[in-house]
Every structure is written in structure tokens, then in C-alpha cells.
Design a protein around this ligand. Structure first.
Ligand code: MG
Length: 381
């Protein structure tokens, strides 16, 4: 499901000791964690609401990511949320997630449960049951009373609403009251809110010591995904083939709309597969004259860019070239080096192998050449 997101990163962070949204948490800025999670879960449009004057800090913190814009927030959280909502491009029925950047360890699982639940209610909120016994003291040094935790939940963010529902509810909210979350605004307007399973890792950075705890949990907030690619091209009259971005002298060439580099095509499809982004033909239709005779490195770099622009990174690739001729082995190291440059990977993460099919099938008869690739990608969870 598609959605938009407003991420409030506007706090001055008095309690957490400084502007926590730009602080590094396990190697990247606090605010970046949430933006990457939303991109990964399929956000169309992300508004990051920041303190006025922090634009440069936001650009540095989110360098390389696509699909986000920053707007300056107001003095109260409510004002910041309204500024963020006003900046969205989505239509009134679209679902908007409203999130606090101070909860960095947001997972796709939490988002997808919110999207499903909010499509059938006026809003959805991730919440956790309370395990501890609750005590109440009405005055300092006063008597301690135990209160029942039955029916009590801890609400987290993001919270999900249709855009028109949250905007109308805020319009009806009394100007002199400060809501503690968006769900309470919709509740007051008579809306029906549902709870979805929260995540204990989705902690809010409130006090300086929280950084250590969230940092310790951050390692589990990344996933490894794999993708598979296959391609084949036919031989025709010519004087060499393009393979893995190199021109290999041969008594034939490979026929195709682009440069017919089956190695780069298999790798491109494997990367697209790892991030569920369709296949090479979706991104570069053979019917489009722009791609005629083009260097297939363009396709591969595009796929890599799709991974990095939403906060993922390539871990390794393994490519098998299947043909009788030309002989691959003399070119294998040069191919690995070329691929390492195109993919931005160390040489040790780039494998090129070759095999024949023992004279069987289309590769065995020398009609064409095939390539098979597998890749691993690390992404937000
Ligand atoms: Mg191809």
C-alpha cells in the first residue's frame, strides 16, 4: 500500500541533551532511520518537519535519499504537524503516517499493520500492553496506591489517518489545549481509532541515556534480502561481445536492443529482484529508442541507485556466465574489477564464474550466451 508520511524532527531536544534528530545513532542521523524506514515501506511523499534554519543539517543527515522534503515547523508539536500536513501532495483520502523522528527504530512490519488497520477505521495507532505494575502518588511523599493496568496500553508513533480525517479533527481541536498525540485529536472529534501491535524497539529517545539503549537495539533493525537474475542473448555476425562492461574480442557479437551485455542484465535484474522493483524491462522498455545500443552500465547503476536512494546497500554479487565461447577465464579478473567499480563494492564482494553446458542446449550449440546472478542487499527492516 502507498502512503505519505509527516515526520516531526522539530524538537530542540532539551531533555535528551541537544538536537537529537541530527545526532548519530549507530552510524547515521536519528532522523534518517525513520525516513529510510518509510521509503522502504513504500512512502510516496515524506515531509520532514525541522526547526527553521536546520535545512543544511537535514540535507547532510539525509544525503543520497530520495522522496523527502523538509519544511520548517512551529513552536508547538501541533503546529509542526499542521505545517507538515499542509506540505503534502497527496489527495484527501490518502493515508498519512504521522511520526516522531525521536523513535528511530521503525520497521516495515509496524507500518504495514497500520496501513491495513487505518483503511477500515478513522485512525490506527501502534500500542504495547503494560507489563509493569502501575503505582500512583498524588502528592510528593503521599500514599502509594496501586492502580489496575487492565485495559491500559502504551501508544507509540507512527499513527495513521486519512488526510481529511486528521485535518478536520485538528481544525476542531480547541486552540488552548495541547494534544499529546494525533489519535487523541481524532478521538475528540468522534473518530474511531484502532490499536495495532506496537514494537518494543520503537522506543522514544527522551533522556540522554536512551541513546545507548536504542543504539544497542539498532543492529537488529537491518535485514538482508536476496535477488536472482537471469538473461540470455543470441550470437550474430560481429567482432566481439560486451560482457560485464568489457568488450571481449570474438568472431561473433551478441544481438540485443542495448549492447546485449547479458552479464550486466542478469545483475540488474537480481538487484531489482532483491528490492521487489520489477525487472529491467519495466525500467528500460526495449520499445524505447533511448535504450538502443546503450551501455548496459546505465541499467546497472540505476538499479544500484534505487537501493541506495532508500537507505539500502549492496553486500555482494555472484555472477555465472554460461557459454562455450568466448572463453571467460582470461577476462574474469578484469570483469570483477569493472563490476566492483560499477557496483561500488570491494573486489572481495564481486564474484564472476563461468561454465559451459557440456555442448548441450542453446549455449552448448553456440547459439547464444546466458548469465545468472544472485545478489544480497542490506535494507532497513
Ligand atoms: Mg538482456
Amino acid at each position: 500500500m502507498r502512503f505519505s508520511a509527516v515526520i516531526v524532527a522539530g524538537g530542540s531536544g532539551r531533555r535528551a541533551g541537544g538536537a537529537k534528530q541530527w545526532r548519530s545513532l549507530a552510524g547515521k542521523a536519528v532522523a534518517r532511520w525513520s525516513v529510510e524506514a518509510c521509503l522502504w515501506a513504500g512512502a510516496d511523499d515524506i515531509i520532514l518537519v525541522i526547526p527553521a534554519g536546520d535545512e543544511r543539517l537535514a540535507e547532510m543527515a539525509l544525503a543520497g535519499l530520495s522522496g523527502w522534503r523538509a519544511v520548517a515547523g512551529g513552536s508547538e508539536r501541533r503546529d509542526s504537524v499542521l505545517q507538515g500536513l499542509a506540505a503534502l501532495k497527496c489527495d484527501p483520502d490518502a493515508i498519512v503516517l504521522i511520526h516522531d523522528a525521536a523513535r528511530p527504530l521503525l520497521s516495515s512490519r509496524v507500518i504495514s499493520e497500520l496501513l491495513v488497520a487505518s483503511s477500515e477505521a478513522d485512525g490506527a495507532v501502534p500500542a504495547l500492553p503494560i507489563a509493569d505494575t502501575l503505582k500512583r502518588i498524588d502528592s510528593p511523599g503521599g500514599d502509594v496506591a496501586t492502580i489496575s493496568r487492565a485495559g491500559l496500553w502504551r501508544a507509540q508513533t507512527p499513527q495513521a489517518f486519512r488526510r481529511r480525517v486528521i485535518e478536520a479533527a485538528y481544525a476542531a481541536w480547541p486552540a488552548d489545549e495541547v494534544p499529546t498525540d494525533e489519535a487523541s485529536v481524532v478521538e475528540r472529534a468522534g473518530g474511531h481509532i484502532v490499536l495495532t501491535p506496537g514494537d518494543p524497539k520503537l522506543l522514544k529517545l527522551t533522556y540522554p541515556e536512551d541513546f545507548e539503549m536504542v543504539e544497542a537495539l539498532a543492529g537488529g533493525a537491518r535485514l538482508t534480502r536476496t535477488g536472482l537474475g537471469f538473461d540470455a542473448h543470441r550470437f550474430g555476425p560481429g567482432d566481439g561481445v560486451w560482457l560485464c562492461g568489457l568488450h571481449i574480442p570474438h568472431d561473433q557479437k551478441l544481438i540485443g536492443h542495448s549492447d546485449a551485455d547479458a552479464g550486466l542484465h542478469a545483475l540488474t535484474d537480481a538487484i531489482l529482484g532483491a528490492i521487489a522493483e520489477g525487472d529491467i524491462g519495466d525500467h528500460f522498455p526495449p520499445s524505447d529508442p533511448r535504450w538502443k545500443g546503450v551501455d548496459s552500465a546505465v541499467f546497472l547503476k540505476h538499479a544500484v541507485q534505487l537501493v541506495t536512494s532508500r537507505g539500502g546497500r549492496l553486500l555482494n554479487v555472484d555472477l555465472t556466465l554460461i557459454c562455450e565461447q568466448p572463453k571467460i577465464k582470461p577476462h574474469r579478473e578484469a570483469m570483477r574489477e569493472r563490476l566492483a567499480v560499477l557496483l561500488g563494492l570491494p573486489l572481495g564482494a564481486v564474484s564472476v564464474k563461468a561454465t559451459t553446458t557440456e555442448a548441450m542446449g542453446f549455449t552448448g550449440r553456440g547459439e547464444g550466451l546466458a548469465a545468472q546472478a544472485i545478489v544480497s542487499v542490506e535494507t532497513p527492516a
